[in-house]
Design a protein around this ligand. Sequence first.
Ligand code: KG4
Ligand code: ZN
Length: 339
Amino acid sequence: MSDVLILAIESSCDETAASVIKNGREVLSNVISSQIDLHTLYGGVVPEIASRKHIEKIDQVVNHAVSEAGVTFDDITAIAVTYGPGLVGALLVGVSYAKSLAWALKKPLVGVHHIEGHICANYIENRELEPPFMCLVVSGGHSHLVKVVDYGEYEILGRTRDDAAGEAFDKVARAIGLGYPGGPKIDKVSYEGDPCAIEFPRAKVADNEYDFSFSGLKSAVLNYLNSMEMKGQEVVQADVAASFQQAVVDVLVGHSMIALKEYGFDRFAIAGGVASNTHLRKAFEDECAKKGITFYRPSPIYCTDNAAMIGVAGYYEYIKGVRSGWDLNAVPNLKLGER
Ligand code: KG4
Ligand code: ZN
């Protein structure tokens, strides 16, 4: 059988990315043009600016990915593109570009779910990993505890009821003056703080032990900051960061471990931007080692948004026979497991 080369495009938020993936698992190129510096000026992602930047960058990024892979557009088997969830204007840039390219090259088009991409990032560096396994997806927009039943087949056990884990990191970072992007900054400054300095709540959701809720934790941090200000006491930024982060880590690890035991999985993976958090990775490493569970985590570059993960997901959809039509549209609130 000849090689399957997927050219993948990702533009759901503030990264314009393209990648060429060979036979589902081998990354021939992984080009990411980040807009972080631009959005830092505004303290968060400005959707309108993100869309405009994608338009400027996408052609360059795609051409770069193809040339870096050492292939030509003719060699490409199919084009995969993220069509949701994400910012609608940002998604539309990738979707429109991918549709035009696929039409011009007469190649099949495969629409990919962004969260499925995050999960599939685990296949890149772990050739032996195959479903079924359990995966915790923690990103800026999502916190999902997922049973990966098969390629492209998912069962969501738990999800956030309010803020996503990454969103909580970003909001708390802003409140304590660390700015955007919050996750990596809290991760770093926490090494100088005491994670037990402040006792923040570890929320449980009454009717589903696998669901998450982070808005109460965020409010607790804000209340703490207010009360310290009212008392005229000094806030130790690193202690707040470390204590907040510890609360998030405890909840993510706690819920995952209960689910792993309940469902009897001995393989566990994490995915999404928050999965690059060094404290979270360490906590899972320790906990999984204690319980005899094999723990998978993508390298940080495959945790945050990238197109390689979309290429991997696109490959498995492609070999299953999934094809998108020329009417493929951006679906900002696309649910996992839906097409
Ligand atoms: O997966 P991702 O790149 O984009 C979405 O699909 O949302 O995730 C971005 C999120 C942001 O909220 C960012 O603050 C968080 O991931 N993040 C982190 C770290 N690196 C990125 N959160 C905690 N620790 C990190 N090291
Ligand atoms: Zn993402």
